[in-house]
Design a protein around this ligand. Sequence first.
Ligand code: BES
Ligand code: ZN
Length: 624
Amino acid sequence: MPKRPAPALRFLDLAVALALVLPSLASAAAPAPARDPHSFARPDEVAVTHLHLDLAVDFAARRLAGSVELTLDRRRPADRLWLDTRDLDVLAVRLDGGGAAPFELGPPDPTLGRALAIPLAPGTRKVTISYRTRPEAAALQWLEPAQTADRRHPFLFSQSQAILARTWVPCQDTPAVRATYSARLRVPPGLLALMSAENPVAKRPDGVYEFRMTHPIPSYLLALAVGDLDFRPLGPTTGVYAEPSVVARAAWELADTQSMMHAVERLYGPYRWGRYDLLMLPPSFPYGGMENPRLTFASPTILAGDKSLVALVAHELAHSWSGNLVTNATWADFWLNESFTTYLENRIMEEVYGAGVAEMLAQLDRSDLVRYLEANGGGGRDSWLYADLRGRDPDETPSEVAYNKGMLLLRTLERAAGRSRWDAFLAGYFERHAFRSITTADFLADLERHLLAADPDLRRRVRVEAWVYGPGLPADEARPRSELLERVDVELARLASGVPPEQLATAGWVTQQWLRFLAGLPRDTGLDRLAALDRAFTFSLTGNAEIFTAWAVLAARVGYEPILEPLERFLLRVGRRKFLQPLYSALAERPPLLAWARAIYARAREGYHPVARATIDALLTSEG
Ligand code: BES
Ligand code: ZN
């Protein structure tokens, strides 16, 4: 740790506290700019426009060590650069290539980390920070060889969204700021390094890799991964990286990626990032997918063997427009990223697989939202699209609203405006705000100006403000209707009327129909009925992670013993939070299983990403 004079630190603590409590005092002269409450940065004064990372990857010490050089745009007179850090060891700071310069770290906040304040001279244009990450850096997961598919080499990956970039790079960690970046990574020989940038396709014998991202991106899209990885092309501008034993299976499953690219370009304009590749991660990846630019990170739980879970690829690809090109300015505007993406995802699925599949996916998304609203007394403030995240960790907020309620608003606008006008508006929206970060108010102004102004009747028909700044699901929604799911409901009714499971007409059902089936079973389905269903459909043995999770939740709730062995294996292998959360919650409902879950978690925790650990820690400590 650097030595700092104590009185100066105390003064800085006070300054940070004041700046947080009274942002308007921070600059008395000009009107107070709206700042991102999840960042200490003051980009209205000084904005970082380029980062150059020079880092060595040390698996034994579980550390990244090296430096970042920040290029500054001095926007207003300011004598300090304010950066975000969390659990970083800052070793030294230099200004414009000079000698060691002073710096100060503010008091730690468990979610936000510590402000790093660097005094600047009026002409300072570059700041270089030498630093090291800590083994507990929340963005990074360091995997032992045993946690990979091939079990021979260690693996490292990052997950920066929402506010975890600051745990591996001192930066202005707010999506309001965009910067280009370049990087040089030194990794152990025999491993490939990848970033959200122009990437190599083969290993370099010296283990030194160089990267460039020439488009300005927000910090949450900074990403890296290091492991024993191979590459397979999927089309002229698309491909997949995965461990050697997984890459062929991954290439087969993701074969439609290039067609998805054609579909979305046809609808919403050119892909602006050059190549689009995917990286298939080990199963501890805490999300299904993450839209790191040029290189989507994906969970291997989407490899169902029948291409039935590729909507996730459509989703992450769509983020190349909604999210990466046009970005939420703060996490309160997160719905702009995710609901536009969920909407685009659905349009891509319609183009590539037909309207029947797309309607089925949309109706399932809607059911998830309705279930969430019902379970949460109608939803309250948390069911507004515009989120209230003050004092909260953006990673711990529910997704049904930001994703699915917003998607339904966009469907509703599509229906009201007509598809061709709506698509023209959307294509224009991406064009008008390309490589910009915008707020909810910016979107509403753009919608008003470019769609509603010319059509007052449209404005009357869709109550956009009530969707954005109000709770629940408004009655004017354009509701999806799926014939494929209605067929499932028919079979559910037959089951309820006494038809034995093996006589149901389930031939040819796809994953989503099975999910509907499992979600439609009565909550009080007992042990005998579960056993009969398991005999007929072998749910406990399925390798499909979505179906397994839905089934295991039902089974755990009623204490169906045969689930325990496969569930134990699943919980020890898979770290995707979307599955872990309902599974551990279901187990926590029954005291004997809660004890069992705690014992499994004690063994599994070490293998989960910090993001998943935080969620399950909270879940298992709050339950009795
Ligand atoms: N960007 C999100 C993942 C994310 C959101 C990470 C917020 C951290 C904070 C990604 O695009 C996403 O939505 N992933 C979903 C899959 C999608 C098909 C709904 C997931 O991981 O489940
Ligand atoms: Zn998303």
